[in-house]
Design a protein around this ligand. Structure first.
Ligand code: GLN
Length: 538
């Protein structure tokens, strides 16, 4: 294999322009030409990982196979490329400093003064090259969080400058900026882009390609103007127009030749054309649904678009598979009471109770579970959602009125969900949950076996509490089956109801594994059940 090429994606003018989607789209395009690609996110904040961040701060925390708690952009990388990411794909300033300070304490710097340049930048460089040095990738795409000009981003941009200097054509820099439309003037404005590139130049980095996020098409004059002011070729000014869904962006980038430009800049062969047939089929199905259903997503962060990102995207993948549009209605768990549950959930064809932590909104979730259980509405409970289903069943079927999870009530007489043994001695909160992939054995003859069509699955976890095995027998006798068990430590991973059209709770997070190429079977099956109930009702 030729030397790995390093592509950097830096953002300017404003945040939230979609660096993650541009990086994932580029990866998809290069991959569809036959190249192997890894994507990585560098985050300039001081937290060691986003695991301890609340969703209000940073949206969803995404979990990799190897149990890293990471930025949600890694979810996009996996959903687009269908390649699992790992610990090495997400780096934060906190984790860089932690390593450097640990080395200093060990005495590795032999009495030298430890400084941002070269020690911090060397560590950043080492993390960037970790993926390239595996010899597995033609391209490593590195997305740098934040916006050019931020104080926190400076060591990263300095590292890009050094790598460009050292590696020449084995490196390329993409700068994603905003070209705003001023409706009063009826014009697109290039000045913010010019300023952003100037700021980048002050740090010694000349972008090779400028991707312009815009709501109106860029004409040739405008492209030429950006090229002239920013020292790039006109063909390297790429338009990134607002799209109906993020899944259209790879097609838009192909039409704008983003991949060809990158191949040209890094002197890589241009012979293969990207094969996006499957991707286009997916888009066609997504855009031409035969039916429509309403799914209620019950959580406590519903005012926040990114809090349940992977669940949202899993529904989109399952939508295409079922050729059915999902109207995902976010319902605040704190709003749900016995008195209004029928009114809030009555029109839903399926209900998903979301993962979460802590007491807030828990009774609303349990009330919702009772309603869907009694009314035969398809139900999927994920992690805390599954635990709510277990508590509800104890209270209303087994007759243990005060049953609860010990997370919410440590003194409950009926701890049907309890802290895992291994968790009892843990004190710190960072990176200490049961994280990452674990195997699960599925019992034959269960609904879950029909769904997965296999006896062993592996799924990703992020939790501290679990089903309390002392109650297994009682539950199974009363009709709640433990249909998936971790073979090593006997933890209950899946529950299902015998006498219900579709009622499943999973201790793991299926949403982290759903991709465009492989929609998750649980979401696909849940949607099928919802479509069935919808048809019956009409
Ligand atoms: N709070 C629960 C636990 O720690 C559920 C976690 C989750 O939903 N991810 O077990």
């Amino acid at each position: 294999m030729a030397r790995t090429k390093y592509i950097f994606v830096l953002g300017g003018v404003a945040s939230s322009l979609g660096k993650g989607i541009i990086s994932a789209s580029l990866a998809k395009l290069l991959q569809s030409r036959g190249f192997s690609v890894a994507i990585q996110k560098l985050d300039p904040y001081i937290n060691v990982d986003p695991g301890t961040l609340n969703p209000y701060e940073h949206g969803e925390c995404y979990v990799t196979e190897d149990g890293a708690e990471t930025d949600l952009d890694l979810g996009h990388y996996e959903r687009f490329s269908n390649v699992p990411t790992s610990q090495a794909n997400n780096v934060t300033t906190g984790s860089i400093y932690k390593t450097v300070i640990e080395k200093e304490r060990r005495g590795d710097y032999l009495g030298h003064t430890v400084q941002v340049i070269p020690h911090i930048t060397d560590e950043i460089k080492r993390r960037i090259k970790l993926l390239g040095n595996t010899g597995k990738y033609d391209f490593v795409i590195t997305e740098i969080g934040g916006t050019v000009g931020d104080i926190e981003s400076l060591p990263y941009i300095e590292t890009v400058r050094q790598m460009r200097w050292e590696m020449g054509r084995d490196c390329a820099v993409i700068h994603l900026t905003l070209v705003p439309y001023l409706s009063a003037a009826g014009e697109l404005k290039t000045k913010p882009t010019q300023h952003s590139v100037k700021t980048l130049l002050e740090s010694g980095v000349q972008p090779d390609i400028i991707v312009c996020r815009t709501e109106k098409h860029l004409n040739e004059n405008l492209r030429n103007k950006i090229a002239l002011f920013c020292n790039v070729e006109p063909s390297s000014v790429i338009e990134s127009i607002d799209a109906k869904t993020i899944y259209e962006v790879p097609i838009l980038m192909r039409d704008e030749n983003l991949d060809t430009e990158i191949l040209r800049k890094t002197m890589m062969p241009l012979d293969n054309q990207p094969d996006l047939k499957k991707w286009e089929e997916f888009l066609y199905k997504l855009n031409n649904p035969a039916t429509e259903i309403n799914i209620g997503l019950i959580g406590k962060y519903i005012e926040l678009k990114d809090a349940y990102k992977s669940i949202n995207e899993s529904f989109i993948h399952a939508s295409a598979a079922n050729e059915c549009k999902v109207n995902l209605k976010l319902i605040h768990s704190e709003d749900i009471k016995e008195s209004n549950v029928a009114e809030l959930l009555g029109n839903m064809n399926g209900i998903l109770v979301a993962p979460g932590f802590g007491e807030r909104g828990i009774e609303g979730k349990i009330t919702a579970v009772k309603y869907v259980r009694e009314n035969g509405i398809p139900f999927l409970g994920i992690c805390l959602g599954m635990q709510c289903a277990v508590v509800e069943f104890a209270r209303n079927i087994l007759g243990y009125k005060s049953a609860h999870s010990t997370e919410m009530n440590p003194d409950t007489k009926y701890p049907v969900i309890d802290l895992m043994e291994e968790q009892k001695k843990i004190k710190g909160l960072g990176g200490t949950m049961r994280l990452g992939t674990y195997p699960c054995k599925i019992k034959k003859g269960t609904k879950l076996y029909d769904i997965y069509q296999t006896l062993t699955i592996s799924e990703r976890h992020r939790h501290r509490y679990e089903f309390n095995n002392e109650y297994i027998e009682e539950y199974e006798k009363a009709g709640m089956l433990m249909s998936g068990i971790n073979p090593k430590d006997n933890l209950v991973e899946i529950i299902e109801l015998k006498d219900h059209p579709w009622f499943v709770g999973v201790q793991f997070h299926p949403e982290y594994k759903s991709t465009v190429a492989k929609p998750h079977p649980l979401f696909v099956s849940f949607m099928e059940a919802a479509i069935k109930t919808m048809k019956k009702k009409n």
